[in-house]
Write a protein that binds this ligand. Sequence first.
Ligand code: ASP
Length: 326
Amino acid sequence: MPTTPTNPHLPFGDDKNAPWYGKDILSVKQFSHDDLQYVFGVAHEMRGMVERLGTFDLLKGKILANLFYEPSTRTSSSFTAAMERLGGSVIPISEVKYSSVSKGESLPDTVRTLECYADVIVLRHPETGSAALAAKYARKPVINAGDGVGEHPTQALLDAFTIMEELGRLDNLTVTMLGDLKYGRTVHSLARLLSNFSGIKLNYVSPDILRMPRDVIEEVGQKGIPQAEFNALEQVLPDTDVLYVTRVQKERFEDQAVYESVKGAFVIDPDVMKAARHDMIVMHPLPRVGEISVDFDDDPRAAYFRQMEYGLYVRMALLAMVLGKA
Ligand code: ASP
């Protein structure tokens, strides 16, 4: 039998001793302060590599199953782009109605199927806890791409990376979260994640019925982070370093009349932003549906489009980590 020659241009084998090799990414609670520095370091390197090379073969031969039971533009396409920029390939399943899910297949059976073909599974699902359930059945790593109103850990990691790249620090910041803090899973993850840093102050501004859940406030409070709730932005905007705006999550309301009553509660526009500092940034996980006026888009403080690009580098870092290449 001919032996396979070693190709010096191909990447080394999987490093099974790498700290994140084979791990699931289900919640930001898994990440310590040091882990976060590590992720941001790898993401920063990915940024440099993409700028220099565009695409490179770190994950050549690896396959990602991108399994989306809820709509997505950014998360789904950035995971696809991340895998392809690393030389890997993707099985996209975003129209679950055309898959066996529509025949009644359970989530455990679907992930057990996909892991026969793929090395890593990215899952978005409407139920809180679904990613943890999938991970229980899968032998391959599962990455939570949003589980209902629960968490969206990769979004929080890219949000924090955005703050780091834009403001140069994650300590000593006043972060104001605005909008639907009850159903917005991105703020649940981001508040928890930021509680790893010192000198962080969190303001929560929302309509009364959309306040930050008590369990998140308690968890963050246990880390000694000062938090305060408001229903108007004026009081906190002048001191804010990061204004994190969210969409009112229409799809989570049982009564659409209630949604209509709160959907326009806050709108960020150039006039409102006159009260904010010049060295702060405005972020949004997107999509926006009116809570940030397009008239603000050209303001240098509008970081929400740059934020999407940072997401690519963070997702490249996470894929490389769980596949033993970082
Ligand atoms: N894209 C984000 C998410 O999936 C934010 C949103 O949908 O409002 O949670």
